[in-house]
Design a protein around this ligand. Sequence first.
Ligand SMILES: C[S@@+](CC[C@H](N)C(=O)[O-])C[C@H]1O[C@@H](n2cnc3c(N)ncnc32)[C@H](O)[C@@H]1O
Length: 363
Amino acid sequence: MNKILAIRKEQLPDNIEGLKNFIIIGEGVLKAHRSQLNIIKKIGMAQDYYNYYNARLSDGQSVATIVLEAQGKLGKVLSQTSISEKRASSAKGTCSLPGDITKKESHIAQLIANNPGVVIEVIERAKDNREIPTTREVLEEIQTQAKEEKKQQIINSYLQKAEEYTKDDSIQILEGDFREVTKQFPDNHFDHIVTDPPYTKECLPLWSDLSRIGNRILKPGGFCVTYVGGLFLPEIFARLTENLEYFWMVILLHKMRFLVPAVVVGNYYQSVLIFQKAPKKKYVLTCDVIQPTPLEKGLHPWQKSEREMDELLEKFTHPGDLILDPFAGSGTTLVSCLKNKRRCIGIELEKENCQIIKGRLTK
Ligand SMILES: C[S@@+](CC[C@H](N)C(=O)[O-])C[C@H]1O[C@@H](n2cnc3c(N)ncnc32)[C@H](O)[C@@H]1O
């Protein structure tokens, strides 16, 4: 163990077998460290153990760091060898690479070699949290950062497209707070509101504003179709009924289960509340369930699916109607209105979201 602790980056072996053996021994040492630390945690951190714990933690962090260095070096050496990864995975589990390197090991080592910045980040974070960094954490962080990068590339492509955006009278995006922006519209101006407000506790007052403003700018009998979260449903319901009348609820089924940690519920649907401005008009709704559609989350954390929106528009609006979305986000309502020949005004607080919407509306 002390030998491993004493090894510096420059002293790591240069060949595949040596590195692989070093990693195996290092991981064994780390396992011992982790179980010692867990035992001390379990029996309680009495003063006597405190110094010992700190020493074990610090040794563990050093061993983990040198093991990650060895994995990175292995990755570099492997990428330089003429023996391909393909060959490593050939012959059902028997490996052709020196040191019996499997395809998985080779892949992990090369990922670590290609992401030295992530390795440093994970090591630093572990130190801050008084933990021993793991290879798994490094791999998870590499995956998260790659996903984020891909997402950002997609967003950037829409932001770039936004530069070619030309204003269209039938689909408009207005930047600002909907409580201010809607002041410019006369009473009874919109056929319907179709929207997706934020569902957090601190945003609850916005639902009263939506109800009050909706009552002014909707035409009599106009629908307010709004996505809603389950956690604060009673409060949201009460606020919407302050100035609008309840019509019904539509259920959007999910393909996958989402865990709602606050209530430990495995959630398979999203509700959409349907309110109306008085006087209520008779309306035929043939089906109040929408079947699952693929998830779309690349442009906004709460982005909704276009196909779902198409169905909501089909159920509650008509071609040529003027729709308002006062919480436009990445603009799903506007994109769907354009496709389905409805006119639409979207309002969104965040400048970048407005640009993304313009990009989505640019063909
Ligand atoms: C749940 S998201 C909408 C996501 C949208 N359905 C989509 O598909 O991308 C709600 C949006 O409302 C915006 N918002 C919050 N408060 C607002 C306000 N007072 N006025 C206008 N927009 C607001 C937020 O910036 C956020 O983008």
